[in-house]
Ligand binder design. Structure first.
Ligand code: CP3
Length: 340
């Protein structure tokens, strides 16, 4: 069975373009909120293979997306390595921050395998229940983005602590990155072993880096993960999502070797078609706010994106995750428009 999403990632133009949405499983779906309540907490949900595979499949059943993404979180890696991580309703993630070399001893690679075993079981269960033309995406956070949470102790506006430490204590940041790179390769490799058919690396906060530091803290760590995964699993495509890096995207694609790149809504798509699409499959980039608003503006924008990016290898997606206040009918309308 041909999977249009995997065909597009291999560089083959698909008409209509395959589509999935970042955060397609989540609070905007009433059936998600039900399961979330049953699970008790967010981490409990992530570590329950039965409930997490159910939630992975919910948006596939409701909308018929071309790909499902494993239901988990980028903060599973620091949690599985031994950092204290907790989620309080409506407040986002909290972590006991690690800010020096001594703190790094809390993170033990040896804990990772046993800790993520339930998540690998989620991958296997979800894969078994997927419709034949739908592919399963595994994921992890890129080291820079995960490090912002590890060091800041939660979501942040300026990433001041981590950014300061890259100048004042680069050997600590290097030490943290070594652990995150090794853990990401092991974790993603295990996801592929369990049934993931493509990988996405979320570098949500790459745009906070000065352009001169992008190579060191975003591009090189990503390239190291891509190279090691490619050696172990040559056929499995990797999608990068270096959000907010603007024209540095050309460098990112050339130097990391990703098969595809996910584009945020700030990128001009004509520029992307010209400069990026000859190098890699492009994924994106409908504004999540426009999805929430809906109406003719949304439909026109969907058509414009397909007009410009649909002539090359392309996967339709959002520029960032779905907002919890999004009416599910708007998602259905986008898919209808694409498949008309
Ligand atoms: O459907 C999917 O996309 C799969 C599951 C998924 C989640 N998080 C579930 C989740 C994925 C791929 C992520 C990635 C993730 N997690 C990122 C990178 C992508 C992005 O959106 O920028 C980041 C930065 C995180 C860290 C994180 N997790 C934050 C900042 C928050 C709180 C904000 C929020 O949206 O609630 C989370 C919690 C989280 N992760 C939820 C979900 C469904 C909501 C938790 C809940 O149900 O209360």
């Amino acid at each position: 069975m041909i999977k249009p999403f995997l065909e597009a990632l291999s560089g083959h133009i698909q008409t209509p373009p395959p589509v999935w949405f970042m955060r397609q499983a989540g609070r905007y779906l009433p059936e998600y909120r039900d399961v979330r309540t049953r699970a008790g907490g967010f981490l409990e949900l992530c570590y329950s293979p039965q409930l997490a595979s159910e939630v992975t499949l919910q948006p596939i059943r409701r909308f018929g997306f071309d790909a499902a993404i494993l239901f988990a979180d980028i903060l599973i890696v620091p949690h599985a390595l031994g950092q204290r991580v907790w989620f309080t309703e409506g407040e986002g993630p909290k972590l006991e921050p690690i800010r020096d070399r001594a703190g790094l001893t809390q993170l033990a690679i040896s804990r990772l395998g046993p800790a993520v075993a339930p998540i690998l079981e989620t991958v296997t269960r979800a894969r078994q229940q997927l419709p034949a033309r739908c592919a399963l995406i595994g994921f992890a956070g890129a080291p820079w983005t995960v490090a912002t949470y590890v060091v800041e102790g939660g979501s942040s506006r300026s990433f001041e602590t981590l950014r300061r430490l890259t100048y004042q204590d680069p050997s600590f940041v290097d030490g943290l990155f070594e652990i995150l790179i090794e853990a990401s390769v092991e974790y993603l490799s295990a996801q592929i072993g369990a049934g993931a058919e493509a990988i996405q690396l979320f570098d949500t906060w790459a745009g906070a880096l000065p352009a001169a530091d992008l190579e060191r803290w975003c591009i090189t760590p990503t390239r190291r993960i891509v190279e090691q995964l490619r050696r172990r699993h040559p056929g499995v495509p990797i999608i990068g999502f270096p959000r907010g890096i603007g024209p540095s995207l050309v460098c990112y694609v050339e130097r990391t070797g990703v098969a595809a790149v996910s584009i945020d809504s700030g990128m001009p798509i004509e520029w992307v078609a010209r400069e990026i699409q000859p190098l890699a499959t492009v994924q994106g980039n409908l504004d999540p706010i426009l999805l929430q608003v809906g109406g003719p503006r949304m439909i026109d924008e969907v058509r414009r994106i397909v007009d410009v990016l649909g002539r090359g290898p392309f996967v339709f997606n959002l520029g960032h995750g779905i907002l919890p206040t999004t009416p599910p009918e708007h998602v259905a309308q986008v898919l209808e428009t694409l498949r008309m």
